[in-house]
Design a protein around this ligand. Structure first.
Ligand SMILES: [Zn+2]
Length: 352
């Protein structure tokens, strides 16, 4: 082979290598599958949830699909993203409040119907947590019994008669519950290849946990409804010190928030303890600045954008816009990208 041909072959090899490298660039997509705060429903919003997808350009960042919380309507939003229940690698629950868990039976039933022959679905959550008031928050009980009404109605037996590959115990049989004891120190609770999920204890109700996903394309914290260990002022912040530690250096923070207009100094009618147990929007902006986040995704908005009421409480001075939320965050010193959550709001890292 003469020199000219060698140069051409070498050039082609470089081009192929470059094309392959571009294709294999890792990427991460964070999508809000539901932004509703609490039991009310505003204009069809889905209940709380966040889908985190990781992969590379060749697989549309979808080699791994992790769902954090499964509020009402999670399946609907996943279907709009082209994601089936059978494709999820794991579900992570922040706490046992229905606005974060109502969609779980739906997701598990769908997977049970069509993917019973496939792998079980990891469900990560806190070990049973006892409240000082005596009640016990139990994720393991919730998942174990999530199919009982469908068993009692006869549906599970009827569908199994049609397809014997469906698991005998119903939708809870498709779940593999992985419990951990949330603590102030971040602990790795799940990993797969390049993806690592870490959890900490955070305050809201007993057993509340917040998560961080680390990947080569970036990192995201899903805080859930985390608030401060001190339930009411005086306190340095309404945000969680544990979440702040977990979020150090993370690219994205996804966090529930309460707008200051609902505070006791306004006439919303919201009881002070309900107001104080969510992270205030200004405190969240200040926290995101301290941790060095590039993106702050506000979700579980109280009140919802455009709502005149939040459940039984009125929104003083009329409905809020995205700008009402973003301004509070910016005024608190956060100069990064603010996403004021709507269902299916999405962020890709690296950005295109
Ligand atoms: Zn909630």
């Amino acid at each position: 082979m003469d020199r000219r041909w060698l140069a051409i072959v070498a050039g082609m090899a470089t081009a192929i290598w470059a094309a392959t490298s571009v294709q294999a660039a890792p990427c991460l997509i964070v999508t809000l599958t539901g932004v509703q705060s609490g039991p009310p429903i505003h204009e069809g919003q889905a209940g709380a949830g966040t889908l985190v997808r990781y992969g590379d350009d060749a697989d549309n960042c979808s080699a791994v699909r992790l769902q954090f919380d499964t509020g009402r309507g999670t399946n609907q939003r996943l279907s709009q993203l082209g994601v089936t229940a059978g494709q999820l690698n794991a579900i992570f629950l922040t706490h046992m409040h229905s606005d974060h868990t109502e969609g779980l039976a739906d997701v598990l039933l769908l997977r049970w119907n069509y993917d019973s022959a496939g792998p079980k679905l990891d469900i990560l959550c806190s070990a049973d947590a006892k409240s000082p008031l005596g009640h016990v928050m139990s994720c393991s009980n919730y998942v174990a019994r999530v199919g009982e009404a469908f068993i009692a109605s006869g549906e599970i037996a009827q569908r199994r008669a049609e397809d014997k590959s469906r698991l005998a115990g119903g939708p809870s049989d498709i779940a593999n519950v992985v419990m951990f004891a949330p603590s102030n120190d971040p602990q790795v609770v799940w990993s797969s290849g390049d993806v690592k999920v870490t959890a900490v204890r955070s305050t809201h109700i007993p057993g509340h946990a917040s998560y961080r996903v680390d990947t080569p394309a970036g990192s995201v914290v899903i805080a859930g409804d985390a608030g401060n260990d001190t339930f009411a002022p005086p306190r340095p912040s309404s945000t969680s010190a544990q979440v702040e530690r977990l979020a150090q250096g993370a690219d994205v923070i996804v966090h529930s928030t309460m707008h200051p207009v609902m505070g006791p100094d306004h006439d919303s009618g919201m009881p002070a303890p309900v107001y104080h147990r969510q992270a205030g929007t200004a405190d969240l902006g200040a926290m995101a600045k301290r941790t060095g986040a590039k993106h702050l995704m506000l979700t579980h908005l109280a009140p919802a954008l455009g709502a005149v009421r939040h459940g039984p409480y009125k929104v003083p001075d009329g409905p809020l816009t995205e700008e009402h939320y973003a301004k509070v965050v910016r005024d608190a010193g956060f100069s990064g990208n603010v996403v004021v959550g709507r269902d299916l709001a999405s962020l890709r890292l690296p950005r295109k």
